[in-house]
Design a protein around this ligand. Structure first.
Ligand SMILES: Cc1cc2nc3c(=O)[nH]c(=O)nc-3n(C[C@H](O)[C@H](O)[C@H](O)COP(=O)(O)OP(=O)(O)OC[C@H]3O[C@@H](n4cnc5c(N)ncnc54)[C@H](O)[C@@H]3O)c2cc1C
Length: 320
């Protein structure tokens, strides 16, 4: 059966959920062969095998951590040369998209970014994308070379599909450009204990209606009751109420969770651009005419300071 290369996003051997989702999609096209690089690469094997990887190609070298993406591109290309896959799937993170783009240029292939679904086709995999602020859904196929496709988090379920997951060391020789850009400092982000915004299954966001940084605890409490990430509109971010790293929208992050709860957000096109592909959308807004109500599955017309705490209490009560 044809092999599909899957680039693994992991932290010291802990495989991140979007990679497990990629394995689900890869199995629709062929046999997943995973490529795990850097510290803890071999530790990824058990999780990858559990979710369908027939092989796990691993490589570790100081270059992966000490320099920006090129060493990883060299390694992914080495895996590509070794396997001759029918497609290369990469998670749609900022770093991985750069790796995917550089690989596509090197191997002379077409690339599709930010796919939200993938299916097998007679002439190669067909990717679904949500475009123009998610107002349209398109289906595309790479017509030149081996398709390189990046897939957004939450685009597919994580499914157990035990496979061999045989670990093989990947031989990588770094090119001249691999050490062109050195990492000179690292500052760990303060952990909130909440899931990463772009990967979270549930996102609870607040906007100008939250009316102050101190009030954001109302949004955070609901998020914590649901195990969700916290998002914010640009109005809330520009007012200094919440960090820019949590901004959802055209000039913020793009999220596609199972559930998106917008509180005190009007639903401007630039906000919608970052959340419209969410599977279920709920809005709480005191203005019944707010445009956000045009796209919701469930809407509550009311004051968020009355509605959100009640919702939090109800969720807590049901959790027992
Ligand atoms: C180039 C460009 C890029 C942009 N990028 C982004 C982006 O990435 N993300 C983004 O979000 N925006 C972005 N914007 C800004 C966008 O156009 C809107 O201005 C912004 O989204 C509005 O944020 P908001 O909905 O929180 O505020 P508002 O539009 O002011 O809406 C606040 C809402 O809260 C409701 N409300 C008020 N009080 C309460 C209450 N107590 N209870 C319930 N509801 C209440 C109001 O009825 C209102 O609907 C961008 C704009 C431009 C021009």
């Amino acid at each position: 059966m044809a092999e599909v290369l899957v680039y693994v996003d992991h932290v010291d051997g802990a495989v991140r959920k979007p990679t497990l989702e990629l394995l689900t999609l890869a199995r629709r096209i062929g046999e997943p062969v995973a490529v795990a690089l850097g510290k803890g690469a071999e530790d990824t094997a058990a999780a990858l095998a559990e979710h369908g990887a027939v092989k796990v190609l691993t490589a570790d070298a100081p270059e992966f951590a000490d320099y920006l993406v090129v060493p990883k591109v060299d390694a992914l290309q080495a895996a590509y040369d070794a396997v001759s896959p029918v497609a290369v799937l990469v998670p749609s993170s900022v770093e991985a998209k750069e790796i995917a783009a550089r690989l596509a240029v090197r191997i002379g292939s077409g690339i599709i970014t930010d796919a939200v679904d993938l299916e097998a086709g007679d002439e190669g995999p067909v990717a679904t994308q949500a475009v123009f602020a998610a107002s349209y859904t398109t289906k595309s196929r790479v017509s030149k070379g081996t398709p390189v496709i990046t897939v957004k988090p939450n685009s597919a379920p994580v499914e157990a599909a035990p496979a061999a997951g045989a670990v093989e060391a990947l031989t990588v020789s770094f090119g001249e450009t691999a050490t062109g850009t050195k990492v000179v400092a690292r500052t760990p982000r303060e952990s909130t204990g909440r899931p990463e915004l772009t990967e979270a299954a549930i996102v609870v966001s607040g906007g100008r209606g939250v009316n102050g940084a101190d009030n954001f605890h109302v949004i955070e409490s609901l998020a914590d009751s649901l195990g969700a990430a916290v998002g914010a509109s640009r109005a809330a971010v520009d007012a200094g109420w919440y960090p820019h790293s949590n901004q959802v929208g055209q000039t913020g992050k793009s999220v596609s969770p199972q559930l998106y709860i917008a509180s005190g957000i009007s639903g401007a096109i630039q906000h919608r651009a970052g959340m419209q592909t969410s599977k279920t959308i709920v809005a709480i807004n005191k203005d019944a005419e707010a445009p956000i109500f045009d796209l919701v599955d469930y809407g509550v017309v009311g004051d968020l300071f009355e509605v959100v705490p009640q919702l939090t209490a109800e969720v807590q009560a049901r959790k027992g």
